[in-house]
Design a protein around this ligand. Structure first.
Ligand SMILES: [Zn+2]
Length: 341
């Protein structure tokens, strides 16, 4: 390494030579490699972390290029897996960083292995189910993680230090109902908000990795680049109630598979997605959001969305059937994108 590579970062007093050395010795795990993940990966690669492990189940599509900064038209034409395309690009940006690319769905059976050895985990997923899973794994193994989400022009970030700050379940006790929140595939997303949130997450990671824990943000940060608003929500006292199932009672329900959407093959070329019991979905509201996405048909029993070569039927109890694939991973991905969990 040329001594000038990280000179501006080392000049920043609280990082310094020692902080930089800590970065070089750290593994950061980035879960998801879409909009947030590509921005995080590039920044951490340039900052000189020792190892990056990037996990994503999807491949690059043309509609990603507006905001997913590591990908090119060639990647979209070649339908490259996102993790692999990111790894190649990062190799050109900083060849000193060891980048591991894993093309995989993140679920309760593999998450603990995926985050093993991480000094910090960055959330770049697109759904709450996976975030609750990250929260369980991170609390169980004592790994700091940074939650981040962006949709439309709005974004949120929160840093979780196990046994110190509130965890995601302290703040959001339950998973939101399927279909109750907008997703980037229904409400769109602007690249500036993605960059703001991913950058905040990277800054939090740099503090954690360089030993500046005292600098982390203990509040939840909300940002809207269109409404010109910036808010910090006080969450420090939430943990005092003492009954968080995850960080206080240490019941890791999501790791045990309680919250996960099970998939089963049903017939030729169809996958059924069953969500947890007691879910309730407003089909009319969902239909409104999906209007711009594809052809939507609705009756009192189900909503049917046709998009590309797929047909997604969603029932009021949240159950879904995806036609046009026999791949459970593809079905889960489509359900997360259009219905949202
Ligand atoms: Zn908690």
């Amino acid at each position: 390494m040329s001594s000038s590579r990280y000179s501006r970062q080392i000049l920043f007093g609280e990082i310094g030579v020692n902080g930089q050395q800590c970065l070089t010795e750290s593994l950061v795990v980035i879960l998801g490699c879409g909009a947030l993940g590509t921005v995080q990966a590039e920044a951490l690669c340039r900052a000189g972390v020792g190892r990056l492990r990037i996990i994503d189940r999807d491949f690059v599509e043309e509609s990603n290029l507006q905001r997913q900064t590591l990908f090119t038209e060639d990647d979209a034409r070649g339908a490259m897996p996102k993790a692999v395309a990111a790894q190649r690009r990062l190799g050109h940006i900083n060849s000193e960083v060891r980048v591991e690319a894993l093309v995989a769905d993140i679920h309760s059976k593999n998450i603990e292995g995926l985050v093993q050895g991480a000094a910090c985990i960055l959330d770049a997923t697109d759904n709450f189910e996976t975030r609750f899973l990250i929260n369980d794994a991170a609390i169980k193994h004592g790994i700091p993680w940074v939650y981040g989400a962006a949709v439309g022009s709005y974004g949120v970030s929160m840093t979780v230090l196990p046994q110190d700050t509130p965890c995601l379940r302290c703040v959001f006790e339950k998973l939101p109902a399927p279909g109750s929140s907008p997703t980037c595939d229904t409400a769109g997303v602007l690249s500036p908000i993605v960059n703001v949130i991913a950058s905040v997450q990277v800054a939090e990671a740099l503090k954690i990795l360089s030993g500046n824990i005292g600098r982390i943000n203990r509040r939840m940060l909300c940002f809207d680049v269109w409404e010109n608003s910036y808010r910090q929500i006080e969450i420090a006292n939430i943990r005092d109630e003492g009954d968080c199932p995850c960080c206080q009672l240490r019941r890791f329900e999501f790791l045990e598979g309680v919250g996960s959407a099970a998939t089963t093959l049903c017939g030729r070329d169809s996958v059924q997605i069953s969500v947890r019991e007691g879910s309730c979905l407003n089909l009319k509201e969902l239909a409104q959001r999906l209007k711009a996405v594809g052809k939507v048909q609705i009756n009192e029993f189900l909503l049917r969305l046709t998009v590309d070569q797929f047909e997604i039927a969603v029932f009021p109890d949240g159950r879904g059937i995806v036609r046009g694939t026999k791949d459970a991973q593809v079905a889960r991905s489509l359900y997360a994108r259009y219905v949202g969990v």
